[in-house]
Each structure stands twice: as structure tokens, then as C-alpha cells.
Design a protein. Sequence first.
Length: 201
Amino acid sequence: MERSRRFRLIAWGLVGLLGIGLLYVGVTFVQVWRGSTVDQQREVDAIVVLGAAQYDGAPSPVFERRLRHAFDLYQADLAGVVVTTGSKLEGDRFTEGFAGYDFLRGLGVPDSDILVVVDGKNTWEQLTATEAVLRGRGLSSVLLVTDGYHAYRSRLVAEAVGLEAYVSPTEGESSFSELVRETAAVSIGRVFGFRRLSNVS
């Protein structure tokens, strides 16, 4: 009898933990989805473009959308500095940061208004390096430019590395699979730390 009672208590405890876990993931999914739909445009110290793929110096379509959106924000005088971020893959001739810089320069942004940060192959590393560069210039508030599904996690990471962060996502709806993937990343990152998550991604 005592063993049966103990088994029931354990079973109910596991059910309770599962319920809490599902609730946590569900709330996180809503936060990620809402983050993908909210544009926090405002005046800041710098506009930061999160890196994406480049092909021999030419931004991929995803990266180009981010850069064009950042250019529009720059044209609206929301910041006097645009930061392009991202390293390169093995065998690449150019970094994502340089490809972004070259693209913005082609749109007419002067060299003096572009900062290139080429340290970082993921969001944590890119924003950590960006924070160090901006801190050296006495800057701290940023408007992050990335895809909608990535907006919520980007802001959390930026705040974790010491930036006052807002997000202005590019246009376009996020797919369900993208939102699910980001929900998993945020759920795990908030428990174990985004820095630790970046080391295994």
C-alpha cells in the first residue's frame, strides 16, 4: 500500500512538472510570436544589423532585406551610426560584416557612419563584440535589425550583454517552423544561459 501511494505521488509530481514545462514553452512561443510582430522604432545611439549569409561579398536576400531596412531607419534619422556584424565561413573571402558595409556604402551611407564588427558567428558573439565596440565610443542604446522570428531572442541576448536594446524586424511573416525553432532556443537559453547555448549551436 505504501509503495503504491509513493508511486502515485511520483506520477502526479511528474505530471505537474510536465504541465509546468508545457506552460513555460507555450508562454515563450507567444512571446516569440509577439516579438516578431512588434516594431520598436525610436531614436537610439546605433542601428545594428545582425549578420546573415553573404556570397562572395554580395548579401544574401535575407541579409539584403535587413540592410535595406536598416538604411531606411538611418534615413529616418533614428541613429547616426549603423553597425554591420558577422564573421565568415571557412573558405569565404569576405565577412558578413564587410559585405553589409559595402552594400550600405553603395546606398550612400558614408564610411564615417558605418561600424564593421566581424567577430562573431552567432547572435551572442556578434552582439558581445558589438557591445564592446559601442562601449568604447560611449554608445549603449541600439535598434536591432533582424528577421521577425529572431527579434525576441536578439533583444534578450543584447540586453544580456549590456545593451539597451530595441528591435525593428524586417517585413514578412515568420513561418511556424521558424517560430518553433526560436521558441526552443529562447526556452533553453533562458534556463541555461544564452552564452552557453551559443557554444553548442
